[in-house]
Design a protein around this ligand. Structure first.
Ligand code: UT7
Length: 337
């Protein structure tokens, strides 16, 4: 009997952003900022922010339904849920469990991934390993974030608040043994916890002697994300090219062999510098930051969905993706579409 190697492939993609748009000018009502500052430094023009009781798992549900429809997979076929987010509905249980209940399925494993902007690529890797190992057949991987409810939307927090948007993206990943067709070639994951506090949220916390959250912590804004922007920027422009080179080397590919690059969307300037270092022609990089801001774990699947709709991601293409973010974490993947 001949042994056929099992690999994984992306069967379908979907995304969802809440309808309410905040343009850069709208933020001026909340804080001392300007369209000029935001656009010049980051490339962002607008972001989508939720209203009311909408939760991270609600956004995820919409993206998941679209991804399953695109994949032609019914919810009963899903035998693993992976949910990448830094903005879960609650501290516990994980948002994957809430999503599972909203999908109306039960029994399959439901796992949260806490790798921030790299969460989607980490999830792709986990799905790939489970499928290759025969432990799962149809994995639903979602990246979903609601940043807007957790940002300091005053002048004090403007360096972070203007950057982030809400949204969700999802893929369904299944098995294949046809290596001439679509499949994931490889994934590469990294982290360096020495930089954990360069982009983090301090509270609620169990790392101090007092209550997890107090009036003092709230008054100081300890429950809002803090970022050392310049350090993050510096590491992002180094780590993403490194991760792309690693993925190319693993597959004996060259930059020219890649048809489309999807990078995490934290700052257009970062992606321009990464593309320059790698000598990638502009038309091979697909950016979405202008319309969505940084949607963390949702960024790459939203980018994939947008690229498909824009006719930029086409069957037969070889695609490379890379992400960098809080942790620090960074990761890359190459797949045939
Ligand atoms: O997805 C996670 C990964 N995140 C990233 O990769 C982000 C990486 N970092 C960056 O993209 C950039 O560092 C930022 C866009 C966040 C900031 O750009 P910067 O060029 O590093 O600006 P800065 O923080 O040094 O601030 C420059 C000035 C400051 O004023 P002074 O001290 O020069 O008077 C800030 O107070 O800009 C001021 N500033 C703002 N002004 C208007 C900071 N935020 C704002 C704002 N609007 N929103």
């Amino acid at each position: 009997m001949t042994h056929q190697e099992v690999r994984s492939k992306i069967l379908g993609v979907g995304s969802y952003v809440p309808p309410r748009v905040w343009k850069n000018d709208d933020l001026q009502k909340l804080m001392d900022t300007s369209d000029e500052w935001i656009h010049q430094r980051t490339g962002i023009r607008q972001r989508h922010w939720v209203e009311g009781t909408t939760s991270t798992s609600d956004l995820a549900l919409e993206a998941a339904k679209k991804a399953m429809a695109a994949a032609g997979v019914v919810k009963e076929e899903i035998d693993m849920i992976l949910f990448a987010t830094l903005s879960p509905d609650h501290d516990f249980p994980g948002s994957a469990c809430f999503l599972q209940a909203k999908l109306g399925i039960s029994g399959c494993p439901a796992i949260d991934i806490r790798q921030q902007c790299s969460g989607f690529v980490y999830g792709l890797s986990i799905a790939d390993q489970f499928i290759r190992g025969g432990m799962a057949k149809k994995v639903l991987l979602v990246g979903s974030e609601i940043h807007s409810k957790g940002l300091d939307k005053t002048t004090r927090g403007r360096d972070v608040a203007v950057l982030f948007g809400d949204g969700a993206g999802a893929v369904v990943i299944g098995a294949t043994s046809d290596l001439s067709g679509p499949h994931i070639l490889s994934t590469h994951l990294h982290a360096d916890g020495a930089f954990a506090k360069e982009l983090w949220i301090e509270a609620p916390t169990q790392a101090n002697d007092g209550p997890r959250l107090s009036a003092e912590i709230l008054a100081e804004g300890g429950h809002y994300p803090k970022m050392n922007g310049k350090t993050v920027f510096m590491h992002a422009v180094r780590r993403m090219p490194e991760a792309i080179h690693e993925a190319l080397n693993k597959n004996s590919l060259k930059i020219e062999d890649i048809d489309l690059f999807l990078f995490h969307q934290a700052n257009l300037r970062i992606n321009e510098m990464v593309a320059k270092q790698l000598e990638i022609p502009e038309e091979k990089v697909f950016n979405t930051i202008e319309r969505f801001g940084n949607t963390t774990a949702a960024t790459l699947p939203i980018g994939m969905d947008e690229a498909i709709r824009a006719g930029k991601l086409k069957p037969g293409m070889t695609v490379a993706m890379a992400a960098f973010g809080s942790g620090f974490t960074w990761a890359s993947a190459i797949f045939k579409w």
